[in-house]
Design a protein around this ligand. Structure first.
Ligand code: NAD
Length: 377
């Protein structure tokens, strides 16, 4: 079977869905791989390395995709690539299925079988192909680096002959994969870190990283985690109690990193404009949920918003794209693992649709949007 990898065309996208390392392994597993020339340039993967790994280099997206059985992508393929893809081919990428209905409809119209990598279940066997985790981890890291750059002070405490610099206070809101890495990164840089989440399981995780856990720990909190491990949308009463707690805390913080998401719903609003207005001059907020509606009131995707009291709200889209080489390396390995589900024992292309991972991720098939979570809307 032939796998195509093309240059991503989404504005600002720097990542690539296969690296020379994974191309070599895909070929060893029995695939052929076609890579569009320049596909890996912004992720530090030159054409020559793909060629040395055994890939066929193609001059255009259409040329790469022509004859391919499978298209691997970071995001939904461009119209150009899709129109060259044969009917019945497989597409595997982050398809942003809850937000990009038009993208799914285009895939359906082309008659391909599309797998949304975001829907891979959070089960042990699937960890190795979990792009949400591999990318969120880097996003959490990069958020702290961006915050530290925008912050006009140092993060660690420093005792110098000219006096002492106080350690920065960092508050992380939402302690999933991204939040945990943000905590760890801020701690490595010497900040004093606090964190909050609505899932009780996070308390111990926060404390094990040397940060302090802060939350409204009522009955609703004790039941806020779904069987799938995700957060529930909290009641208005809970949100009001949470807001009160945050108001008291946030005014003392220097850097706030927000990462809260609820699958299939807009991101919860965790920080109001009034709370931002109560922060000190020079404070920095980084809203990782800015593309899902934002956790911070006033955050705008692609912009740094400076408030009247001298705080900055960073709404950086695609933080993993700012660590393009590592993000691509991990994403590509996730796809390499995923490719193993597409072959039968003899190496023939034969996805087992009874496999719970494929079943959960298949969003488009037979010309239709087939995933139950997406039907109807
Ligand atoms: P996510 O990106 O969906 O959300 C980020 C965090 O925001 C979550 O911790 C969530 O609880 C939190 N949040 C939601 N609403 C909030 C609110 N109102 N206030 C504060 N915080 C709020 O989360 P994720 O990083 O994808 O992780 C989701 C779950 O999946 C976790 O339980 C994680 O441990 C688990 N997980 C499991 C595996 C695995 O076993 N294969 C891999 C990765 C993650």
């Amino acid at each position: 079977a032939v796998i195509a990898v093309i240059r991503e065309t989404h504005p600002g996208e720097t990542r690539v869905a296969a690296t020379p390392e994974t191309v070599r392994k895909l070929i060893a597993a029995g695939f052929e791989v076609a890579v569009q020339s320049g596909a890996g340039l912004s992720a530090s993967c030159p054409d020559a390395d793909y060629a040395a790994a055994g890939a066929r280099l193609a001059g255009s997206a259409a040329d790469a995709v022509k004859g391919a059985d499978i298209l691997f992508g970071i995001r939904t393929p461009s119209a150009e690539a899709l129109s060259a893809l044969k009917k019945g081919a497989i597409v595997a990428a982050s398809l942003n299925p809850h937000q990009d209905r038009a993208g799914l409809e285009a895939l359906a119209a082309r008659g391909v079988d599309a797998y949304a990598l975001e829907f891979i279940p959070r089960i042990t066997r699937a960890q190795v192909m979990d792009v949400l985790s591999s990318q969120a981890n880097l996003a959490g890291y990069r958020a702290v680096i961006e915050a530290s750059t925008a912050y006009g002070r140092a993060l660690p405490m420093m005792m110098t002959a000219a006096g002492t610099i106080a350690a920065a206070k960092v508050f992380v809101m939402g302690v999933g994969v991204a939040g945990l890495q943000a905590i760890a990164t801020a701690r490595r840089l010497g900040a004093v870190v606090t964190a909050t989440d609505v899932r009780p399981a996070t308390k111990e995780q926060v404390e094990s990283l040397g940060a302090k856990f802060i939350a409204v720990e009522d009955d609703e909190f004790r039941n806020a985690q779904t069987a799938g491990g995700y957060a529930k949308e909290m009641s208005a009463e809970y949100q009001a109690k949470q807001a009160e707690l945050v108001t008291g805390h946030i005014g003392k913080q220097d850097i706030v990193i927000t990462t809260a998401l609820i699958p299939g719903r807009p991101a919860p609003r965790l920080v109001t404009a009034a709370q931002v207005a109560a922060m000190k001059p020079g404070s920095v907020l980084v809203d990782l949920a800015v593309e899902q509606g934002g956790n911070v009131e006033g955050a705008r995707a692609g912009e740094t918003v400076e408030t009247a009291n001298g705080a900055k709200i960073l709404g950086i889209p695609n933080l993993p794209g700012r660590v393009a080489a590592d993000a691509s390396a991990l994403f590509a390995r996730n796809l390499l693992a995923f490719s193993g589900l597409l072959l039968d024992k003899d190496g023939a292309l034969a996805p087992d649709l009874e496999d719970e991972i494929l079943k959960a991720a298949l969003v488009v098939s037979g010309g239709k949007i087939v995933h139950p979570a997406l039907a109807g809307s």
